[in-house]
Ligand binder design. Structure first.
Ligand SMILES: NC(=O)c1ccc[n+]([C@@H]2O[C@H](COP(=O)([O-])OP(=O)(O)OC[C@H]3O[C@@H](n4cnc5c(N)ncnc54)[C@H](O)[C@@H]3O)[C@@H](O)[C@H]2O)c1
Ligand SMILES: O=C(O)CC[C@@H](O)C(=O)O
Length: 469
């Protein structure tokens, strides 16, 4: 068997993504052969590695939204995939229409892949979040549909930390106001209410990848650092963990938020929390828009309790550049824009050349490895399962990917199906209600593949079957 070919994945109502029952002689996928110049995998692959391709690669349909970096686009195009890249997110109705027949979708923070949208994604096998946050995806719905989700856990953390350091200084010196005044020709040289940051206390809420990068930078600026997190974490440098959010808010001159968007962090900073903050302190939010109660922030700044703020994220954000940030999107938009010493940025914490390039490579590589070999290493909603690559001198080997409900007895039935062949290697793991099995089996011919595929698909525990060969 020369090149890897694909058995289509059947969609969730049992109909094959391409035909209703796989017949190697008739199914369009049976003719799929990898192009002779098939993509050579990254360094980890030796020259003898068998180029497993689940499809004739030009049949893999990829939809990229929200201006994903060209590094990621190039990697996916080099696979031979059909890549459509759009600069913005899509309204739900258009997203549903476009997602219907794609195998791979790449998004950033705006595209909401809800259970409703995923219901329509009959051929989707994998989602790439080209960012850190994955709150925009219904991870459980995706897992239950056998759709793996990958992100880039920390490629833009440094970029966010550096932006926040710049905002701490800019707020302490009322830089944005001075610059806007002079752009209008107004010379306004003041020192009242302007401070050095050396010796001031930075309070970090969420001491993860960004929080601890920030901790080191802030201490280098001569600041003291305290942090609050829901888990006990070793401090960087001389930073100190405090036991409650209230203790952090009472102890900090600058409060910065670096938590995920989860139910527990919704409106985490609201009127009560502003009440705990020091008079004349500052707030920075570069996490998610729902973490701060913006009307409460407007009130706290109008009363002078909060001397300045920097906001990079908002509960509702425009779909793309050029759209207006107005009261149609968020009712309080004009109130917010009217405030002094308030830095407003369009969700650019991770928007640097370095971060976007690194994210593009990291996520696109993970997507290609998943599509071509089934590896779930790095997936955020699946157990991490991987097998060493098949080699070119294993011509009659086939890789089985079987995503199934995590219920007793499945492995016995799966191994009964695989039993007529020699299972060279197998790995399986589960995460919640979903289990993921990879098995390389030998001495398989074209006819066997069809019956293998259909037998696995017919098992009651099946969520999704892929056969790579
Ligand atoms: N503005 C941007 O462009 C930008 C860029 C990257 C990340 N982000 C956002 O920032 C968030 C944090 O990023 P990260 O890489 O540091 O994530 P991370 O997962 O490394 O760290 C998050 C930290 O928050 C803690 N945490 C969770 N719930 C908490 C709670 N209720 N109270 C206190 N701490 C809590 C976690 O224990 C963890 O230590 C991401 O989830 C993402 O939404 C925004
Ligand atoms: O680039 C984006 O759209 C998201 C950036 C950031 O919020 C993240 O989650 O990494």
């Amino acid at each position: 068997m020369s090149a890897a070919q694909n058995i289509p994945t059947r969609n969730r109502d049992g109909a094959s993504a391409v035909t209703n029952s796989f017949d190697p002689s008739t199914s369009p996928t049976a003719t799929f052969t990898s192009p002779s110049n098939s993509f050579s995998h990254r360094a980890s692959q030796s020259s003898s590695t068998k180029q497993l391709k689940p499809f004739n690669t030009q049949d893999v349909k990829v939809l990229l939204l929200e201006n994903i970096n060209v590094t990621g686009q190039d990697i996916l195009r080099q696979q031979g995939y059909q890549v459509e890249a759009l600069k913005s997110s899509l309204p739900e109705d258009q997203l549903i229409e476009k997602i219907k027949d794609v195998h791979v979708i790449g998004i950033r923070s705006k595209t909401k892949l809800t259970a409703k949208v995923l219901e329509h994604a009959k051929n989707l096998i994998v989602i790439g979040c080209f960012c850190i946050g994955t709150n925009q995806v219904d991870l459980t719905a995706a897992a239950n549909a056998g759709i793996a989700v990958f992100n880039s856990p920390f490629s833009n953390s440094r970029s966010v930390a550096e932006l926040v350091i710049s905002e701490i200084i800019a707020l302490a010196r009322q830089l944005a106001d001075r610059s806007m005044e002079l752009h209008k020709g107004i010379w306004n040289k003041v020192s009242a209410g302007c401070w050095e940051v050396r010796g001031k206390t930075l309070g970090i809420v969420g001491y993860g990848h960004i929080g601890n990068q920030l901790s080191v930078l802030a201490e280098a600026m001569g600041m003291s650092v305290i942090y609050y997190d829901v888990v006990n974490l070793m401090s960087m440098g001389t930073a100190k963990q405090v036991p409650t959010l209230k203790a952090l808010l009472e102890g900090a001159d600058f409060v910065t938020l670096h938590v995920p968007e989860i139910p527990e962090t919704q409106n985490m900073i609201s009127t009560e929390q502003f009440g705990y903050m020091r008079k004349g302190s500052y707030l920075i939010n570069a996490s998610r828009g729902t973490v701060v109660d913006i009307p409460a922030l407007v009130e706290a700044m109008r009363s002078g309790k909060i001397a300045g703020a920097a906001i990079d994220v908002y509960p509702n954000e425009p779909a793309g550049n050029g759209d207006y940030f107005n009261k149609e999107l968020n009712t309080w938009a004009e109130d917010l824009r009217s405030l002094k010493n308030l830095i407003l940025t369009p969700h650019i914490g991770g928007s640097t050349e370095e971060a976007q390039s690194a994210i593009g490579v990291e996520v696109a590589d993970a997507l290609a490895k998943y599509v071509n070999e089934g590896s779930t290493v790095g997936a955020v909603n699946m157990p991490e399962v991987n097998l060493r690559s098949l080699t070119a001198d294993e011509p009659n080997h086939v890789r089985i990917i079987y995503i199934h409900k995590n219920v007793p007895g499945v492995l016995r039935r799966v191994n009964e199906v695989l039993g007529e062949h020699n299972v060279d290697k197998q790995m399986t793991d589960s995460r919640g209600d979903v289990a993921y099995l990879m098995a390389d089996i030998s001495n398989v011919n074209q006819r066997d593949i069809a019956s293998l595929y259909n037998s696995l698909e017919d098992l009651g525990s099946r969520v999704r079957t892929r056969v790579l060969y």
